[in-house]
Design a protein around this ligand. Structure first.
Ligand code: MG
Length: 163
């Protein structure tokens, strides 16, 4: 039987993943309105990925015979000041999510729940990717910061992301 403290931590992470989806959707809307459909596409697909993350944890809680508890999802920020602001916030947010995941990994190790540890490792690895791609895009946004025309190149590049 899965320990209650672990169920609580996983439930908290379901909420955090759905909040991430909300945040990316809000950013996608902003990018679309600012005239960057490619960046909006990348952010939209990212939002969908976050929904998948939340659902993956939701299903795991069920699989372990416990009850997922769905709680209020906080409203995301809506006031952004540009693409640099967006990707700076994404990098900071993903670092925050990594810390949340690490906390769960530490908890399940302490509780000697090896099945839950095996499950959470997927997220540990996923966060390396998430931080890495946010970092890489932010580096490009900073490069083209003083050449707004080049931002369109980046928009094309991010527009090529497929589901
Ligand atoms: Mg996620």
């Amino acid at each position: 039987m899965i320990k209650e403290s672990i169920v609580q931590a996983l439930n908290g992470q379901v909420n955090a993943e759905y909040y991430s989806a909300y945040l990316y959707l809000s950013m996608s809307s902003y990018a679309g309105q600012a005239g960057y459909p490619g960046i909006a596409n990348w952010l939209f697909l990212q939002a969908k990925e976050e929904l998948d993350h939340g659902t993956r944890i939701y299903r795991y809680i069920l699989e372990r015979g416990a009850a997922p508890l769905l709680t209020d999802v906080k409203a995301p920020a809506v006031n952004f000041t540009g693409m640099k602001d967006i990707f700076e916030r994404i990098l900071a947010h993903e670092k925050h999510v990594t810390a949340l995941i690490d906390k769960i990994a530490t908890l399940v190790l302490e509780e000697k729940d090896h099945a839950a540890y095996s499950f959470i490792l997927w997220f540990v690895n996923e966060q390396v990717e998430e931080e890495n791609s946010a970092q890489a895009i932010l580096a490009k946004v900073r490069l083209v910061e003083t050449h707004p025309g080049l931002l369109y190149r980046l928009d094309d590049e991010l527009g090529a992301r497929k589901p």
